[in-house]
Design a protein around this ligand. Structure first.
Ligand code: AMP
Ligand code: GLY
Length: 428
């Protein structure tokens, strides 16, 4: 069986690495891939922003399955294009992917289906913002409606700041088309949780829960990033909470999308805030998380290919996933300056040595390979991931591996999974 994975980040390396363990796959392609993925799959150049070039590539390779990593091709309608041609592809259609591509759609959908989320208001003009702000107390979260690669959310500390931020978004100064409408939201407090489920359009099965680390610096300081690290343990949500999240969030979303004529297949990523009054949805993503996927695949003992096929065929069941009880931790190593401007082309040393440590896998995000050497090519460079018999061991293994790796101006957070360790010490 031939499988094509689309994308080029740490998430895609993790998916490729896991799919490679599937005995039924005889040929694995990744487009465009990166320097590390090249060791696990044949990488082919493609522009993931162009549906035409993706269709041309698939026409040439004729894969038995295509797996889409990033949101952009999904929100452009790659699944619709492939389905029209009868080509098997894993993920939601363009209409279903609106849960991620339009925050106002997601909020209005949640309201229609009684899914717990922060109070909000959708505004298209400065005057509407001024009127709506009367109903909010500071701090207020201001979000651009469309895709903004993690840069479309500002927590404003005052109504003045909220008004200014919304006006800049609406004027297109900050985010272009993505900011043509804004969503104002009540600011929620609590711990965040990334809760991913596999859906076949009707049934859903949860993956193991993870926690992301969005801010660039330790102790959640500094600007938001795509994610500086993630971990997964059985302690993040207990069975009762997991069942609650499925019953009150994941299943109603999938049932609601079906009822509205936009069947949701693939991964539904629910970004949740665990507030004092219960879990609330912050956002939906229509794909696997990055870096959440790295610890998830490290714990997955079942065949990912089969679960993806079950999603496409409409036969997802609880038996699709088997998980190791061992926790996993991913520490992202980033280029100096990220999430702002950074330089690429720095030589990376120590990757192979780190990869050989017990329980460790180094996933590549922004690297390329020349003359048997790795060089940096992106903001997030590596996702150093480790599994251990308990969380302290997984953390220690991940950071031991990080210590082997060097590149000019690299930086990483030193507190990935610290919250999990704290809960463990507190005995909860
Ligand atoms: P989003 O893209 O909607 O998930 O927002 C990105 C990040 O902004 C989230 O992961 C949270 O850290 C933060 N955020 C979004 N919405 C809220 C909210 N209503 N209250 C507090 N923080 C939020
Ligand atoms: N780590 C957050 C995301 O994948 O959107």
């Amino acid at each position: 069986m031939k499988v094509l994975v689309l994308g080029s980040g740490g998430r895609e390396h993790a998916l490729v690495w896991k799919l490679r363990q599937s005995s039924r796959i005889t040929k694995l392609y990744c487009a465009p891939g990166n320097g590390g993925i090249a060791a696990d799959a044949e990488c082919l150049a493609v522009d993931v922003k162009s549906l035409d070039s993706l269709v041309q590539l698939a026409n040439r390779l004729n894969p038995d399955l295509t797996v889409v990593g990033p949101e952009l091709p999904l929100t452009l309608g790659i699944v619709d294009e492939f389905q029209k041609r009868g080509w098997p592809i894993f993920g939601p259609t363009r209409a279903a992917a609106q849960l991620e591509s339009s925050k106002s759609f997601a909020k209005e959908f949640m309201q229609r289906h009684h899914i717990p989320t922060a109070k909000y208001s959708v505004c298209a003009t400065n005057a509407q913002v001024r009127e709506a702000l009367k109903l909010f107390h500071a701090p207020i979260v201001v979000k651009a409606d469309g895709l903004a690669a993690g840069k479309g959310v500002v927590v404003a500390q005052s109504k003045d700041e909220a008004q200014r931020t919304a006006e800049e978004m609406l004027a297109g100064k900050m985010l272009g088309e993505a900011g043509s409408r804004v969503v104002l939201e009540e600011c929620l407090k609590g711990e965040e949780l990334s809760f991913l489920v596999m859906s076949d359009g009707e049934r859903v099965v949860p993956l193991v829960a993870t926690q992301d680390h969005k801010r660039v610096f330790d102790n959640d300081q500094g600007p938001n990033t795509g994610g500086m690290g993630a971990y997964s343990t059985n302690h993040i949500v207990d069975r009762q909470m997991r069942d609650w999240l499925v019953a009150h969030i994941a299943r109603p979303v999938v049932a609601g999308m079906r009822a509205e004529g936009a069947e949701y297949k693939g991964i539904l990523y629910c970004g949740i805030m665990m507030t004092a009054t219960g879990p609330m949805v912050l956002e939906f993503n229509c794909r696997f998380g990055d870096p959440e996927t790295q610890p998830i695949v490290m714990r997955m003992e079942s065949d990912l290919l089969e679960a993806m096929e079950a999603s496409i065929a409409g036969r997802v069941s609880d038996g699709d996933f088997r998980w190791s009880p061992d926790p996993a931790v991913c520490v992202v190593m980033a280029s100096g300056g990220y999430p702002g401007a950074f330089e690429a082309g720095k030589l990376i040393t120590g990757v192979d040595e780190a990869d050989r440590l017990p329980g460790v896998k180094v996933f590549h995000a922004g690297t390329n390979r020349r003359d048997h050497m790795y060089y940096t090519s992106g903001g997030r460079v590596l996702g150093v991931t480790a599994r251990g018999k308990d969380l302290p061991e997984a953390v220690e293994r991940a950071y031991d591996a990080v210590m082997k790796i060097r590149f000019d101006a690299m930086h990483y957070r030193k507190d990935i999974a610290a919250r999990g360790l704290k809960h463990l010490r507190a005995g909860k």
